[in-house]
Design a protein around this ligand. Structure first.
Ligand SMILES: [Zn+2]
Length: 211
């Protein structure tokens, strides 16, 4: 079985389950439309697919994925902003009640950020994208200067979640809903080595295991 055959066989399984064995769910999702309760902003990493990791059904979560689960600050400049457009759709049009920034261990995007600017042509887009969260690197180099590189990367993965959470609050309509308790923002971190889920503590800005 080659790589694509595996994916097509997977679709067959999916279709059998949701169109033959349990057709009600999709009938409802088609007739009534989607109404996911949470927006999950995750990394592109193949090991951390939110629908898989959180064992969700179709319609449960609205997912945006980009390199290193980065939320850029609100820039209302009329230019194309893919992640911001998806956030706008989830919040303003679908009315999600929760936004989860879903960071993870061994993140290639964060590792690339911690390596610093590259001179090669393999990192042109990645370096520019990770620039959004460059303050995370500066913070780690200051606070964990003598730590091993892997430990710096882990600390930076958590710092990137902090920045993404804070950047969400630069969108005025998000801030307003959060202040009114109509929208809740969460920072989660999936430790892929230990299989543990951590949650960002809103007051102390630390992370504690929740599962
Ligand atoms: Zn990643």
């Amino acid at each position: 079985m080659n790589e694509l055959e595996k994916l097509i066989a997977g679709f067959r399984q999916f279709r059998k389950r949701y169109y033959e064995d349990e057709p009600e769910l999709f009938k409802q999702l088609i007739n009534k439309g989607q109404s996911p309760k949470a927006l999950v902003i995750a990394c592109c990493d193949s090991r951390v697919h939110p629908a898989q990791v959180m064992d969700t059904d179709p319609g449960d979560i609205f997912v945006v994925r980009n390199v290193a689960n980065v939320v850029p600050p609100c820039q209302d400049d009329g230019k194309s902003h893919g992640t911001s457009a998806a956030i706008e759709f989830a919040v303003k049009h679908l009315g999600v009640k929760h936004i989860i920034i879903f960071g993870h261990g061994q993140c290639g995007g964060v590792r690339s950020l911690m390596e610093g600017k590259h001179q090669d042509h393999k990192h042109g887009f990645i370096d520019a994208w990770m620039d959004i969260v460059a303050p995370a690197r500066e913070k780690i180099l200051k606070e964990h200067r003598d730590a091993a590189f892997d430990d710096q990367c882990r600390a930076c993965e958590l710092a990137v979640i902090d920045i993404s959470v804070n950047n969400l609050m630069t969108f005025p309509w998000i801030r307003e809903m959060v202040v009114r308790n109509n929208l809740f923002i969460h920072g989660w971190y999936f430790d892929i080595e230990q299989g543990i889920l951590f949650e960002r503590d809103k007051s102390e800005k630390g992370f504690s295991p929740i599962c």
